[in-house]
Write a protein that binds this ligand. Structure first.
Ligand SMILES: Nc1ncnc2c1ncn2[C@@H]1O[C@H](COP(=O)(O)OP(=O)(O)OP(=O)(O)O)[C@@H](O)[C@H]1O
Ligand SMILES: [Mg+2]
Length: 481
């Protein structure tokens, strides 16, 4: 669109636009706002079909600026196993599936978002919904329990360390295997909620801490999550990862997650541009599909004289936490926002609004038939001393493995070269944008490891580029492939 169009102020305007055959719709939200003479891009929503068409909706004001809290009805599964997460920009309910009754499938889910995007609030909402629907929740909060403190006592098992998360994953895999055997003896092929077992859901907030390169339990956690993804679906054991990641490599390697992403429920909160590129490259989004980026805040850009009386006031401020795309929903390119969960301003202790979401009563427990399979760790989940001892054993086992591992990798020269590669990749992945060799050098020097020379970093970048792990972009910039 090239003409400057005036849009009436108090009405909703819908435009169906089409590009010539042979092209796909691409757009730049800022440019579009400028063409329509609109100061606040939050008033505009664009949905594309991944092809020649786009639907542009212009609202009198940002339709997602203020969200209501959820109602009890929103939190109950409908007959399709879905709950309401929030609203799309057009006001319609945005739903997510907790279970698929048609196929008897538990769900695999991923929630991505950069820091502060609203992952942990989404987690608390899902946990509260699970509690109300009598789903058994196993929940690992890898920020030591700080991400969702209200979940304590509201879920069947709340793990707060990486070791405990490993114990939880091992238990869940064992339960899935036990259920599989039991159901095959019964001649059961599909899972029915409550007959005889409840739906079980395993959720890890800050999953990146468990799965990122260099994390102590990366290998085992990746294996266990893959196992759960494979066996859990048909025996009522679902799994969800909530992560801050700019690259699938940070989550245990892309193979693990590609399958989960393809078939799972994927929520994209505010994300980094490199994550986005990768989702498209991996075919997780239709080739032509474009999602308007969610900025940190949507603030109308109105230039005022530097000397105007009220210059500097920004009362029209609208944060974007909770805004997301539900990629596996029927409307993957339609911007939605999650309900308001808890108070916006920090509360001194536990947030009473969040506690109220969980409702009264005890959370559902794992069926007794599976307690033996779930093992000692499950039995010790409410006993801090016993749990600490089990976690200690996991940590010692890991230290032994780590001490044994380097001997197998050969000469010490190769070891330090390998380490620089990892440091370079880690530095590049931590940055959201492409970097010059000097920027990579600075980041590597700042990581607390051994001192390195610029030449070694350049050589390593060259090596990684030849191997296809890193892309050489124009103007001497590098980005993770
Ligand atoms: N749905 C929501 N309703 C109300 N406030 C929200 C919502 N989502 C996010 N917020 C606000 O944004 C802040 C950050 O949200 P949250 O802790 O869920 O983000 P996060 O993605 O888990 O961040 P981190 O990476 O730091 O763990 C919250 O403290 C809250 O103020
Ligand atoms: Mg969080």
């Amino acid at each position: 669109m090239s003409t400057t169009t005036a849009v009436p102020d108090n009405r909703i305007v819908e435009l169906m636009v089409e590009v010539p055959a042979g092209q796909v719709v691409r757009y730049d939200l800022a440019a579009l706002a400028s063409a329509l003479n609109i100061a606040d891009p939050g008033r505009i929503a664009v949905e594309t079909d991944g092809g020649r068409h786009a639907l542009v909706t212009v609202y009198p004001s940002n339709p997602l600026a203020v969200m209501p809290p959820p109602s009890p009805a929103d939190m109950l599964m409908d007959r399709h196993g879905r709950i309401v997460m929030g609203r799309y920009h057009n006001g319609r309910p945005a739903r997510r599936r907790l279970f698929d009754p048609r196929t008897g499938s538990a769900q695999r889910a991923l929630v991505f978002g950069t820091t502060g995007a609203g992952k942990s609030r989404t987690v608390q909402y899902l946990l509260a919904c699970e509690k109300r629907n009598r789903v058994v929740s196993l929940f690992a909060d890898l920020k030591g329990g700080q991400s969702a403190p209200e979940a304590a006592g509201q879920v069947d098992w709340r793990a707060t360390s990486q070791e405990e998360a490993i114990l939880m994953l091992r238990a869940a895999v064992a339960v899935a295997k036990e259920r599989q055997l039991r159901y095959s003896r019964l001649g059961r092929t599909a899972f029915l909620i409550g007959d005889p077992d409840p739906l079980l859901s395993v959720r890890i907030d800050e999953a990146n801490r468990l799965l990122e390169r260099g994390a102590p339990y990366r290998e085992e956690a990746t294996f266990l999550i893959k196992e759960l993804g494979r066996t859990g679906r048909s025996v009522g054991v679902g799994v969800e990862l909530d992560a801050q990641a700019s690259h699938l490599e940070e989550l245990g390697g892309s193979d693990t997650l590609r399958a989960m992403l393809k078939e799972g429920e994927v929520t994209l909160l505010r994300w980094s541009s490199s994550m986005m590129r990768q989702l498209v490259a991996d075919g997780l989004l239709p080739a032509g599909a474009q999602l308007a980026p969610i900025p940190k805040s949507i603030q109308p850009r109105i230039l005022r004289s530097q000397f105007a009386e009220d210059a500097g006031d920004d009362d029209d401020f609208c944060d974007t936490q909770g805004m997301a795309y539900l990629l596996s929903s029927p409307h993957p390119t339609s911007l939605m926002r999650h309900f308001r969960i808890g108070s916006i301003a920090p509360t001194p202790g536990l947030d009473p609004e969040i506690l109220a979401l969980y409702g009264d009563g005890d959370p559902a427990q794992l069926e007794q038939t599976s307690w033996e399979a779930a093992g000692e760790a499950y039995a010790s989940r409410h006993d801090p001393d016993a749990m600490a001892a089990l976690c200690q054993a996991v940590a010692e086992e890991q230290e032994k493995k780590a001490a044994a591992a380097p001997a197998a990798t050969g000469g010490s020269g190769r070891k330090s070269a390998a380490r620089l590669e990892d440091r370079v990749l880690a530095a590049m992945e931590a940055a959201e944008d492409a970097m010059t060799a000097d920027e990579v050098l600075a980041a590597v020097l700042a990581d607390g490891g051994k001192e390195v020379k610029r030449g070694s970093v350049c050589n390593t970048l060259g090596l990684l580029a030849d191997r296809g792990d890193v892309d050489r972009l124009e103007r001497g910039l590098y980005a993770p492939a």
